[in-house]
Design a protein around this ligand. Sequence first.
Ligand code: NAI
Length: 392
Amino acid sequence: MFKLTSTALSRVAQQARVRTFATTARTSDKVLAVLYDGGEAAKRQPKLLACTENELGFRKWLEDSGHELVVTSDKEGPNSTFVKELATADILITTPFHPAYLTAELIEKAPKLKYCVTAGVGSDHIDLEAANKRKLGVYEVTGSNVTSVAEHAVMTMLVLVRNFVPAHYQYTTQKGWNVADIAQNSYDIQDKVVGTVGIGRIGRLILQRLRPFGMKDMLYYDYNKLDQETETALGCRYVDSIEKLVSQCDIVTLNVPLYEGTKGIFNKELISKMKPGAWLINTARGALTVKEDIAAALESGQLNGYGGDVSYPQPAPAEYPWRTMVNTWNPKEGGGNAMTPHISGTSLDAQLRYAAGTKQILDNIWSGRPQLDKDIIVENGKYVSPAYGQHH
Ligand code: NAI
């Protein structure tokens, strides 16, 4: 019987690889990337990879591999460059920071589209049900910016609990020195009860960072309960419903993905079950909350502060209620409002990681290598990520 020697085997393997690459070289894909504009900042800072000017750093690599790259920030409405170019695109790259909302209707108008890659974490701006119907692959760079978000969430807690924003505004803009006006609503984070809704990558990193502050208690709610060993290592305790969680917490932090099952969960009713005067931090997704209910809770004092970096839609329009909402303590100085544009997951360090991860995902597509399981949101008509819960 014919037997392959190890040299022959390696030759066969080599030929197989050559064949794969030969096939790859013949495929030329049009890649459409919707990114934010860098403007002056892009000129000053070459590390700002995720902007339209710096194109995630891979135009040369992509074109040298025989593919076409179209980059735009223009994403609103049927006449936008996004919608026009999508009609002939094979691969769409988007970011959660300046999201191109890929609706079911747009997917229908993109007959060649095969893959959507999120440069970052969170693919809720893509209609995942419609993507499954079309059997699109939706991938993201899971884990790439989770420490960046956890740092921002902890910073936001400190900023709110210590009443930093009005203090800074008083000092710089008002040229004032009124200690009492700030101290009347300034606390220590130590000895407070904190709770996270969602104990995935970011939820855990937040608790790890909070532990040295000496919290009174650290609680979590997630439909996946951790094992005892992990709970002990993190120093946290499971609560079996979101209502029970929020009723015990001084500080609540949201760390779940946005999908039908989590949309608008922080509405008037749930907020009314929170401790009066609690702080709510949301670096996950704006639409997890009802924006008008958040603003009303700040105004009534039910919430002492709200902060984070996510709104819906993005960019938030000028009249968005969170642009101007304030608490009852320092309304003139912006008290209780610690909102920023979507920046937590796009620090320069994070950009380096998610640009490299996006390039790797493209390289996997073109070399026929499977994607890492962690990076697959949906593929072949099915949810692969365990984060978008109701499908499992
Ligand atoms: P992850 O997938 O590691 O964790 C998500 C957790 O949420 C999982 O433990 C899951 O079991 C839990 N979960 C899902 N649905 C739930 C529900 N209905 N009730 C309770 N728990 C539920 O995700 P990771 O990396 O921690 O990120 C979380 C979210 O943060 C992302 O989906 C994204 O929307 C957002 N994010 C925001 C960024 C920013 O720049 N502001 C950057 C990165 C992520």
